[in-house]
Design a binder for this molecule. Structure first.
Ligand code: FAD
Ligand code: DHB
Length: 394
């Protein structure tokens, strides 16, 4: 078994791990990134689509903006729909010109892998076995077995970017962590359809049958989500049932309805809130979904992961340039502050727009009153807009 010396070991080649490797490389800090899945699997996994203004600015400044500028769809507004009517919120007007951009997470991952490869960065996909050891020392170790080799990396620091089910968080003694968790009693059924988007902006909709969301990936591909029961099975949803339910929830009184087309992909997503405190144990730093999960209604998960690795890269750069640990010591508290703010917003958007099984008539009327207030009060709209487009990095 070969033992290599490396400054930073990165576990996970999702958006968090890949972007961290890229930012470190630009700062001249050598790293290695390992993932248990194949490159193809990592690229093709269909997930997030909404990028905050902050995320777009960061990707552009990091030299990752070329394809994003051409293929990303900048949205300066969004619709909230209920009672068969769509109400537009002008995000740009409410936030001094800020906006969101629709660009698939898999496209970001594709761009990041290309940039890492072009710069000679090391990414090991298809690792059959990944493990951490020596976490309570100054030289934590990352062990990786692939089809070709069995390697150990002796690192200064390890970044746990391996998502909710990874090994990094699980390698920390439970007594060193505090976990906060809430499982929301809903599931999203998501589809990608070969159909031109029927609206240039997203539509978040509350209907008596539950939540529905109209989104998109490109000028030819529509992305749609439906709230369904928490124990739902995909085989209970043949294509015609999905379209029937989407039409029932999203058809507006003015006749607007999403365009339909062949379904290219479908999947179920559970709705969970999860935060671990602190985001650090010794020289192991957790980032992205490894440290926190938010329900997808606020479109925050990927954006939080980007903010984490921006902060971690900056702190490591400061450590290597000046010898100061100040940024690393502040990493967890600053991340948790942003995380809880995103958690609050995502939980609020979720309860605003979903129908829970035990809801009474009173609950339903109050929920509609919340939405009615929201679309008629500039103060309420501004609060949604500033959270949705995202706060500056800090
Ligand atoms: P991941 O993307 O989960 O990457 C972790 C990587 O680690 C994976 O490649 C995995 O293979 C690897 N890994 C796992 N275990 C190991 C191991 N033991 N060793 C090595 N590698 C390992 N967010 C938004 O901001 N906007 C949205 O619009 C949005 N919509 C969403 C819609 C859906 C349906 C879903 C499911 C999520 C959505 N999200 C959204 C959330 C977003 O996709 C995640 O927050 C984001 O993927 C987090 O990135 P990450 O790199 O932290 O984790
Ligand atoms: C998408 C996903 C979300 O969770 C969301 O809130 C908005 C859009 C999407 O996949 O396009």
């Amino acid at each position: 078994m070969a033992v290599h010396r490396i400054l930073v070991g990165i576990v996970g080649a999702g958006p968090a791990g890949l972007l961290l490797g890229h930012l470190l490389q630009r700062a001249g800090i050598e790293s290695v990134t390992v993932d248990i899945r194949s490159e193809r699997h990592v690229i093709e996994r269909v997930r997030a689509g909404v990028l905050e203004q902050t995320t777009v600015d960061l990707l552009r400044e990091a030299g990752l903006g070329a394809r994003l500028a051409v293929e990303g769809l900048r949205h300066e507004g969004l619709y909230l729909a209920f009672g068969g009517e769509r109400h537009r919120l002008d995000l740009a007007d409410l936030t001094c010109g800020r906006a969101i951009t629709v660009y698939g997470q898999n496209e970001i991952v594709r761009d990041l892998i290309a940039a890492r490869r072009a710069a000679g960065g090391r990414i090991l996909f298809d690792a059959g076995h990944v493990a951490l050891s020596d976490l309570d020392t100054d030289r934590p170790r990352l062990h990786v077995r692939t089809a070709d080799a069995d390697d150990t990396f002796a690192c200064d620091y390890i970044a746990g970017c391996d998502g909710f089910h990874g090994i990094s968080r699980a390698s920390i003694p439970p007594s060193a962590l505090r976990v906060y968790e809430h499982v929301h009693p809903y599931t999203w059924l998501g589809i990608l359809a070969q159909a031109a988007p029927a609206s240039p902006e997203l539509v978040y909709c509350l209907h008596d049958d539950g939540f529905a969301l109209f989104s998109m990936r490109s000028t030819g591909v529509t992305r749609l989500y439906l709230q369904c029961a928490s124990d739902e099975r995909l085989d209970a949803w043949p294509d015609d049932r999905i379209w029937r339910e989407l039409r029932a929830r999203l058809q507006m009184h003015d006749g607007w309805v999403p365009n339909e087309g062949p379904i290219l992909q479908k999947g179920l997503t559970g709705m969970r809130s999860f935060v671990v405190e602190p985001m650090r144990a010794g020289r192991l730093f957790l980032a992205g979904d490894a440290a926190h999960i938010v329900p997808p209604t606020g479109a925050k998960g990927l954006n939080l992961a980007v903010a984490d690795v921006w902060r971690l890269a900056r702190a490591l750069d400061e450590r290597y340039r000046t010898g100061s640990d100040a940024g690393l010591d502040a990493y967890s508290d600053a991340g948790l502050r942003r995380t809880w703010r995103a958690q609050r917003f995502s939980c609020w958007m979720t309860s605003l727009l979903h129908r829970s099984e035990g809801a009474t008539d009173f609950d339903r009327r109050r929920q509609l009153a919340d939405l009615d207030y929201l679309v008629h009060s500039r103060a309420a709209m501004t609060s949604l807009a500033e959270n949705y487009v995202g706060f500056p990095l800090a």
